[in-house]
Design a protein around this ligand. Structure first.
Ligand SMILES: O=C(O)CCC(=O)C(=O)O
Ligand SMILES: [Fe+2]
Length: 313
């Protein structure tokens, strides 16, 4: 209990839980990185905005070690985690305004039932402490980070080909140095009435790579339904600013009553100054987009996302 944020402690536990509301589970498209089919990749990105990546080349031993280390890291006391780039409960990331939400309608208030630790890959060399475990953990993260950069670059190059982006549109769009890893722990809960691990949202990254453990709870919104993405390891969530030709899938995480859930997520962004050009949006830089999201969040409490940049006809 000492490791959980104090506010979570009285609701955390596994005592006589009521039945969890169930959503149907779904088979998401599969993409094989070893024999990458542009057609399958394109279909998955357009129809689903999410796919499961096979043959990604990350050694299973590294994945297992990392998961164990993340578990140990989160089980440190609440107090000692404060020295890391640690957060809990905050609405990260912000919900997106969709046509189903009118500007005046009350948005569902949902507190994120999670703890998180941010690790920008460029800052990994400074991620050390007196704790010997963190030194080992840094090595694992460095190795994992190299794999993720490799995977993200291959996928992005394939997407650029697929979308027939001219070099001007794609130049310096994915900037590996912006990559960061976010670790999450979703504590179990005695009641899951209105509790969500992470509220519904779309990602603002160019690519997100989600590595969830076997507990599960990640859901995507498709065909007007919430669907549970089965916890087979290595699920990729894909988001691309692509003239609306790829789907940016709405997703959320539901908490479990019996077990805590861990996920290791990677996000990569375009270079801050690179201009995003398309036929449906005014040209904008990624920093313009970030500023807009920040402004929406401060003034409206949610993110309008790309809508602000849409060309009016
Ligand atoms: O924990 C997860 O599986 C998903 C996290 C997520 O969607 C996010 O950080 O944007
Ligand atoms: Fe997300």
């Amino acid at each position: 209990m000492e490791s959980y944020p104090p506010v979570f402690r009285h609701l955390t536990g596994t005592a006589s839980p009521p039945p969890a509301p169930s959503s149907s589970s779904v088979r998401i498209p599969v993409v094989d990185l070893e024999s990458l089919s542009l057609e399958k990749l394109g279909e998955a990105c357009k129809e689903w905005g999410v796919f499961r990546l096979l043959n990604h080349g990350i050694p299973p031993t590294l994945l297992a070690k990392l998961e164990e280390q993340v578990k140990v890291l989160f089980s440190l006391s609440f107090h000692s985690k404060q020295t890391l780039s640690y957060f809990w409960g905050t609405p990260v990331p912000v919900p997106v305004l969709t046509p189903s939400h009118s500007r005046d309608a009350a948005l569902p208030l949902c507190f994120n039932w999670l703890e998180g630790i941010n690790v920008p890959l460029t800052q990994l060399p400074h991620f050390h402490s007196h704790h010997p475990m963190l030194e080992d953990f840094r090595h694992s993260l460095e190795e994992y980070g190299r794999h993720l950069s490799r995977i993200a670059t291959s996928l992005f190059e394939a997407m650029v080909k697929n979308l027939n982006l001219c070099p001007k549109q794609s130049e310096s769009s994915l900037d590996e140095s912006t990559g960061f890893i976010r670790l999450y722990r979703y504590p179990p809960r005695t009641s899951v009435d209105e509790a969500c691990g992470m509220m519904e949202h779309t990602d603002s990254s160019l690519l997100s790579i989600v590595n969830q453990d076997q507990v599960g709870g990640l859901e995507i919104f498709k065909d007007n339904k919430w669907l549970l993405v089965n916890p087979i390891s290595d699920t990729l969530l894909v988001h691309a600013i692509s003239d609306d030709r790829y789907t940016s899938v709405k997703h959320r995480v539901r908490v479990k009553q019996q077990e805590e859930r861990l996920s290791i997520c990677y996000f990569v962004f375009p270079a801050k100054g690179s201009v995003v050009r398309s036929s449906t949006y005014k040209p904008f830089t990624y920093s313009d987009f970030q500023k807009q999201v920040q402004n929406d969040t401060n003034t409206l409490g949610y993110k309008l996302g790309l809508q602000t940049f849409k060309l009016t006809t």
